[in-house]
Structures are given as C-alpha cells and as structure tokens.
Design a protein around this ligand. Structure first.
Ligand SMILES: [Zn+2]
Length: 354
C-alpha cells in the first residue's frame, strides 16, 4: 500500500478516536458510545447490531456457506468502548460528592480532573475531582494525605453548600461521573488522552473495516468484531460469540513502560498476562505475520493485566486466544500512544487475517 493510503487510514483512525473520546462512556453508561460505533460500522457498509448487554457485534466477512463442507474457521476481534469513571455514592453534608470508582481508576491519576456529573433526569453539571480541603495554603497535611476514594470529593461548579442544595439540582446517588479525556494529538504524532484503553483500538478496528471495504479485500474466513462493554469490570467478552468462531483476539492497549520492551510506536503482542499464557499457536502466528508485514512489534509478558478474550474463555467458549494492541504508556492515567503504533496494529491485522 502507498504511504499516502497508509496515512489516510491512520488519519481516519485518529479522527474516529477523537469522536469516540468525546462521548463519555464510563463502564455501565455506554449506550451513546456504542450507538455511535454501531452507526459508523453500518455507514461503512457492514451489518452491525447492539446486543442486549449493550455491546456491538459487526460482521466484517461471512465465509462462503455454500460449500459442501462448511469449515468453521471464524475469527472474532474484541475491543472495548467502556472506560474508567466514577459513580456518586454519597452526597456529603457540604453538598460535595463522594465517588465510588467504576473500573480501576486510581485517585492519584484522577485528582484535579474536570468531570461531568450526568444526572438521570436533570441534565449535566460540571465539577472537579479534588482532595478534600484541597487548598495547600490552608491544609497543612496536603502533602501527606494518601489519595484514596474516601479522601476525595467532587466540587460541583454550582452554588451548593449543603446536601439539600445538591439534591435540588437533581443529583442523586447512582449518577455517573465522567472524567475529561483531554484528547490531544501532537505535531510529532503522539496521541495523548485518557481512555486510549481501549477507544484507540475501537478506532483502529473502524479503520481496518474501512480498509477492507475500500481495498475490496476478500477474506477466506468469517470475521467479526465485538465492541464490548463492561470490560473494565471483567465481563465484557463473556457473551455474543458468533457460532462459527474458533479464534478470538483482543485488540486492547499494549503495555509500555518498566521492563516492557514495547514503545508507543509499536504493536505489542502479549505472550502472557495475569490470566496466563495466550494460545501458543495464535501468538506464534501473530509474530510470523508481524515479521511478514514488516510491522514494528514487541512481544511482552504483562504483569498486571486481564483481557476481554480471557473473559470469553472464562465464560466457557472453546477457542484459541490472542491479545495485541498499540503500545500505551501511563495506562489508566493520562495515557500516551503514537500514530506509528496505530499503523503497526493495522499492518499486523492486515497480514494476520487472510
Ligand atoms: Zn483495556
């Protein structure tokens, strides 16, 4: 493929990323983001639908079913559109909000972030996630307090001084709180945002789907995508595996930093994570495909990680599994990746899926 074409697919992925990042989707509140993604796949010309659970199933290719002997060789790609976030668990006497985390959001990483409080019936309000008594000129213990959820609060940007004031706004326990993603793409190609895990992969799968259509690629095997929800709480990939699927690959953030060899410019192939080793044959095949495509790749063992496809296996499906993704630094915080990472994931998908 020409450089111009590669750049166009990568640019499309980045544009989709910005759109998806702009739709808040903390785990448990993903309808709007899922509908957006579903519509994008449909507008590319694919059959797609939203599952009962709220994920999106897309048929990217249906293998020829007319053959005498139908060979089941389907592949499922999984990426998740749900993110970390918070839920109001208490309205404090001073009118501010205590949060319970949605997924593994770390208060250190979320401190001072702008948030949107999404009420069920009374619209949205802005606020900031702060340490209790956050004025360093007033609070002598500011530096010594361990940031924990019960030591943090949302300061609502409305004139509220009591529990009653806040309730009058329509804010209730159970309301969703979305953190500002602060998405930026630098001149040098770095992509910075919260929730690149895993909205970047959703955007990459859209670009891959566009590539398949635009280049009239014919595949021999059935190919599906499941844009999951509830990944951040562990059961995203538990359901909705099409019947002829024998293999599933999570496209999720690749780990970068520490002893990982992967950088943000590479595609990471995970050999093992907290859930154990990935399918030997799938990992080997991915490495072979990366070599063939001259994709810049790294193979790593992730020390603290679980994936959608492990949830699929845990749910009892009989399939081979793999995990790939663009390298993402500062995961679950203010994350960073690079357009070269996007390109290398696309290269690997194109080479692996025939
Ligand atoms: Zn993820």
């Amino acid at each position: 493929m020409t450089d111009k074409k590669w750049n166009a697919y990568v640019a499309y992925a980045v544009e989709q990323l910005k759109e998806i990042e702009a739709i808040p989707s903390p785990t448990g509140y993903t309808r709007e983001a899922a509908e957006y993604v579903c519509n994008q796949f449909m507008s590319l010309g694919y059959e797609a639908h939203i599952t009962n659970k709220g994920g999106v199933i897309v048929t990217l290719n249906q293998a020829d079913q007319s053959a005498d002997e139908v060979i089941n060789n389907g592949l499922l790609l999984e990426a998740h559109v749900d993110t970390l976030g918070g839920m109001v668990c208490e309205i404090k006497d001073n009118g501010r909000l205590r949060l319970s985390p949605l997924g593994g959001l770390n208060p250190n990483n979320a401190e001072t972030e702008n948030v949107t409080i999404i009420t069920k019936f009374d619209g949205e309000y802005e606020g900031t996630f702060q340490l209790d008594n956050a004025s360093i000129h007033v609070n002598g213990e500011y530096n010594d307090i361990k940031r924990a959820w019960d030591k943090m609060e949302v300061v609502i940007d409305e004139d509220v001084n009591s529990k009653e004031d806040t309730k009058k706004l329509g804010i209730s326990v159970g309301d969703i709180v979305a953190f500002d993603p602060r998405t930026r793409v630098t001149e040098s190609g770095y992509i910075k945002s919260r929730f690149l895990d895993d909205k970047l992969s959703v955007a990459i799968l859209l670009a891959y789907a566009k590539y398949l259509k635009d280049e009239n690629v014919t595949l021999e095997r059935s190919l599906y995508a499941h844009i999951t929800v509830y990944e951040e709480v562990g059961h995203g990939g538990c359901s909705s595996v099409p019947e002829d699927v024998v293999e599933a690959i999570s496209v999720d953030m690749g780990c970068a930093g520490g002893e990982m060899t992967c950088t943000e410019k590479q595609v990471s192939i995970c050999a093992k994570d907290s859930g154990g080793p990935y399918s030997y044959d799938v990992v080997t095949g991915l490495i072979e495909a990366a070599r063939e495509a001259k994709a810049d790749y790294a193979v790593d063992v992730y020390p603290h990680y679980g994936s959608d496809v492990e949830a699929t296996l845990g749910a009892g499906y009989d399939l081979r599994h793999g995990l790939i993704g663009a390298g993402v630094y500062a995961s679950h915080g203010y994350e960073r990746s690079h357009i070269d990472g996007v390109k290398n994931v696309l290269k690997l998908l194109i080479a692996y899926i025939k």
